[in-house]
Design a protein around this ligand. Structure first.
Ligand code: NAG
Ligand code: NAG
Ligand code: NAG
Ligand code: NAG
Ligand code: NAG
Ligand code: NAG
Ligand code: NAG
Ligand code: NAG
Ligand code: NAG
Length: 521
């Protein structure tokens, strides 16, 4: 007998070596990314309470951020920031109108061409979008349904603003009309179903994918799925410290709210509070479904899942019946939960993070370098480790809003609402005004938690809150603080309002403020 064992051993050894070679030297597969974006979901009024599955499947399995903010509390400007990673003053989408660059032809020829998805696409990703994009998307003056934003392969874009029934979608550039049959048309479920269609054909060896699921929930008109219409019947809008209070030391629009609110208005805030939570239950189910499918397809351990919202919300705070658009915590704080490969379960991160950080995070996760003109900061260092003691995270940021206004006669039966916007027929109180235009510096670190805002109105109004002492922002301290502090705030704010790229990412406030004029005081 010829002894072949040596040869066998040799070939076995070669095989083992080859396998080792493959597993350590082949480029690791790029991660998949699933981004779930809700509409108007707050955190301050308990907006995350109904999300039991989201909190368990994303938060407890990954990171919960306790200080996530939008840099503009209005849908279209905030979404434009999410897409580009830039502050409003750098992407130019000022409000929800085409004339304010919301999905306008100028935007499409400018900022949209460098939205995060264009970089992700360059890295070989399969890309999928379903749901609300920008408020004017699909309008005939915004290129109609034929316009597919660059970078998206599978496109299911809602025409115009959030609704749940009776809408039009652009499906890969072709109009698809929907009615009011729950099974066929309920938009949150449709997003869920289309996501399942896309996931069905993904597998461990296919290209990495980026999926964005952008739900109408919990935006008006708050239509819930039939099975949730009776949930939360005994809940009512939280009576926070500022609920139904007169904001007498605040800017013009807040001072002019009807206080106390009319009973109809109070009932309306309670009704809307319940309805918003009901719409969110369908989102909770969608997230569970997506995660189950990823798990069944063995894709879950290589997929980052990010959950957030475009802006917060208020219901009765400072007697403003319902909306967003304001500088206060209830409107600017939003949820952020992230799970994914290498992220420890159950981690809590308190560093201030922003809507403009999402785009650079997605770009970096896809393996592309973050372009230097992006204003936001990639969250990757926060995701995978504790910050090295030597590196410091941002300690302040800009919040900016351009107040919307409508012509007289837009809100019957209310009279004289020119210059105002989003007026309630119940008591004719309005939620926005041309002079609700402000820039703010929000400072947040271990020792300082402040908000400083300057308005473009006829009073050059200024508001300042010491949030560590006054989390409900009941007391405007502008006339109580040392003028040196105001001068420092103003100086830093003027830098932030014109920052671009790297200057927006500069860490922290100006240390040890030096008075500009030694003769002050
Ligand atoms: C709209 O966007 C374009 C291109 O980004 C910009 O040039 C223009 O100033 C913007 N319009 C407004 C009103 O900011
Ligand atoms: C949309 O486009 C993608 C990418 O080309 C394609 O795979 C998908 O089947 C299309 N969807 C529909 C409904 O045509
Ligand atoms: C919603 O209400 C139904 C019927 O009362 C109940 O079975 C279900 O558990 C509720 N769902 C949630 C998430 O509270
Ligand atoms: C409004 O509601 C309060 C408390 O329920 C009640 O005391 C008051 O009479 C009501 N006012 C009107 C005008 O209905
Ligand atoms: C994910 O799990 C599969 C087995 O289900 C394993 O082969 C793969 O290496 C894991 N990937 C990561 C990134 O952990
Ligand atoms: C949006 O901004 C544009 C440009 O400043 C302005 O012309 C338009 O009136 C604004 N829209 C609303 C609703 O305020
Ligand atoms: C704000 O705008 C409204 C509506 O145009 C106007 O009535 C009001 O006087 C303005 N207030 C200030 C302080 O500019
Ligand atoms: C926090 O910010 C304040 C005010 O800008 C600054 O004086 C302080 O040094 C900062 N604290 C830390 C820990 O960086
Ligand atoms: C803010 O409040 C804290 C107490 O919570 C206090 O230590 C600090 O001095 C206050 N800051 C200002 C600027 O008033």
């Amino acid at each position: 007998m010829v002894d072949t064992s040596g040869i066998m051993n040799m070939s076995r050894l070669l095989a083992v070596l080859f396998l080792l070679y493959c597993s350590c030297c082949a480029t690791p597969k790029k991660p998949n990314i699933v981004f779930i974006l809700t509409d108007d979901q707050d955190v301050v009024l308990g907006g995350m309470t109904p999300m039991t599955k989201v909190k368990k499947l994303i938060g407890s399995a990954g990171i919960t951020f306790t200080n996530m903010f939008t840099t503009n509390p209005l849908c279209c400007p905030s979404r434009s920031s999410i897409l580009t990673g830039n502050y409003v003053h750098n992407h130019g989408a000022l409000n929800n109108s085409i004339s304010g660059n919301c999905s306008s032809p100028l935007w499409q020829n400018g900022a949209e061409k460098s939205a995060f998805i264009t970089y992700v696409k360059q890295m070989g990703y399969n890309t999928f979008f379903a749901g609300k994009y920008l408020n004017q998307y699909g309008d005939k003056d915004a290129g109609g349904v034929e316009h597919i934003p660059p970078g998206w392969d599978w496109w299911n874009g809602l025409v115009h603003n959030s609704v749940y029934y009776n809408y039009k979608l652009s499906v890969n550039g072709t109009a698809e009309t929907h009615g009011h049959d729950y099974k066929k048309d309920y938009l949150t479920d449709l997003i869920n179903n289309r996501a399942q269609d896309f996931l069905t054909i993904q597998h461990e060896n296919s290209k990495p994918f980026f999926m964005m699921l952008s739900t109408p929930a919990c935006h008006a008109p708050f239509d819930s799925a039939p099975q949730f219409m009776k949930n939360y019947t005994n809940k009512r809008a939280p009576r926070t410290a500022s609920y139904n209070k007169h904001g007498s030391d605040k800017h013009w629009l807040v001072r002019h709210q009807v206080t106390p609110m009319k009973n109809d208005s109070v009932e309306n805030t309670d009704d809307i509070f319940r309805k918003r939570w009901r719409t969110l239950l369908s989102v909770d189910d969608m997230v569970e479904n997506v995660i189950n499918t990823l798990s069944k397809k063995k894709l879950l351990n290589n997929t980052y899942i990010i959950y957030s919202s475009d802006n917060g919300y208020h219901l009765g705070q400072f007697s403003m019946p319902r909306d967003k658009r304001h500088l206060y915590e209830f409107d600017i704080r939003v949820p952020l939960l992230i799970r994914g490969p290498g992220i420890p379960a159950g981690k809590v991160i308190d560093e201030p993070v922003l809507n403009i950080d999402l785009a650079p995070t997605f770009i970096e996760l896809s393996g592309h370098e973050v372009p230097s003109d992006v204003d936001g900061m990639s969250l990757i260092t926060l995701l995978h480790s504790n910050l090295p003691a030597s590196s410091r995270w941002r300690q302040d940021f800009l919040v900016e809003h351009n107040g919307e206004h409508a012509p007289d006669g837009k809100y019957p039966p209310c009279k004289n609402t020119g210059g105002l916007q989003a007026c309630s027929p119940i008591d004719c109180s309005c939620e926005d005004a041309i002079n609700n235009t402000y820039i703010c510096r929000r400072t947040l670190n271990d020792t300082v938690n402040m908000m400083y805002c300057e308005f473009s109105d006829s009073e050059s109004f200024v508001e300042m809150y010491n949030i560590s002492k006054d989390p409900d922002q009941l007391v405007n301290i502008i006339h109580q603080v040392d003028p040196h502090i105001i001068e420092e705030q103003n100086e830093r704010l003027e830098m932030l309002m014109i920052c671009q790229g790297a200057s927006c990412r500069e860490v922290g406030p100006i240390p040890n403020f030096q008075p500009l004029h030694s003769d002050v005081e």
